[in-house]
Ligand binder design. Structure first.
Ligand SMILES: Nc1ncnc2c1ncn2[C@@H]1O[C@H](COP(=O)(O)OP(=O)(O)OP(=O)(O)O)[C@@H](O)[C@H]1O
Ligand SMILES: [Mg+2]
Length: 259
């Protein structure tokens, strides 16, 4: 299942510091949305508000609304743990559980959600998730070996398998390729392209070519200076952002004339 996200009037704080100001954006279902912008403009911070991961930091808080197919993730009585299980996240550095087997890594999120299942169902889910992450053929003969024995690119695909094993509504990725070589990066990009048939995908990237290759829509964030909040400057079809942006700062950024 893939759901859309409507963000309105979102402000994001670390204590008194407003890191992200007044974001309004709609992220379409079954599509890839890229977040781009200079370091410190709040891309990761904003991304983490989309699955209520921001507030795990002491003093961190959010004002505004994030609707997932109309339901406010910040509404009264909404359990953040449930939100995090519906909206998966893949981080910059592949973070499989190192001593856990490949198989158990895939099932880790499912077990956390305390869904008990017969072994045959678990086996089927492991295969389906690893196939979904384009990793099955490389690991099918060593499922009981530790996840740490895989290459960086394979580990990242393992983390994606772990994220999709729980059947999330949305997958958030924060620079998922920045620690990977070009071949592994292309494998992840191909995978992202396939994932959007089923999922809503949001990816933060510093790589302009990558944003242009994988995303349907692009959001450009910027910051006026240190201590100032990050802002969403422009959001449009990726081709528009790269070929015909309406803001000068967007054009400067995507063409590399920045700072
Ligand atoms: N845990 C934290 N506590 C306090 N301030 C933080 C914390 N994490 C991030 N910030 C601040 O929030 C602002 C936005 O940071 P964020 O990490 O979201 O930027 P970013 O756009 O993801 O940058 P990068 O491209 O370098 O990853 C920065 O000023 C940063 O210093
Ligand atoms: Mg970041």
């Amino acid at each position: 299942m893939s759901k859309r996200i409507d963000v309105s009037d979102l402000n994001v704080y670390y204590g008194d510091f407003r890191a992200v100001e007044d974001v309004n954006i709609t992220i379409e279902a079954k599509s890839v949305t890229a977040f781009i912008g200079p370091s410190g403009c709040g891309k990761s911070t904003f991304l983490r508000t989309l699955n209520r991961m921001h507030e795990v930091i002491p003093g961190a808080r959010v004002e505004g609304k994030v609707l997932l197919d109309g339901d406010n993730l910040y509404g009264d009585g909404v359990d953040p743990v449930t939100v995090r299980s519906q909206i998966g996240m893949v981080f910059q550095r592949p973070n499989p559980f190192p001593t856990m087997s490949i198989r158990d890594n895939v099932l880790a999120g499912v077990k956390l959600n305390s869904r008990r299942m017969p072994k045959s169902d678990a086996d089927a889910l492991v295969e389906k998730s690893l196939r979904g992450a384009n990793l099955w053929n490389e690991v099918k003969d060593r499922l009981e070996k530790p996840g740490s024995g895989l290459s960086g690119g394979q580990q990242q695909r393992l983390c994606i398998a772990r994220a999709i094993a729980v059947s999330p509504e949305v997958i958030l990725m924060d620079e998922p390729c920045s620690a990977l070589d070009p071949i592994s990066t292309l494998a992840i990009e191909d995978l992202i392209n396939e994932l959007k048939d089923e999922y809503t995908v949001v990816i933060v990237t510093h790589n302009m070519q990558q944003a242009a290759r994988v995303s349907d829509k692009t959001a450009f964030f910027n910051i006026a200076g240190t201590g100032k909040p990050g802002k969403l400057i422009e959001f449009a079809d990726t081709t528009t952002i790269f070929n015909n942006p309406s803001q000068k700062s967007t054009e400067d950024y995507v063409s590399g004339r920045f700072g």
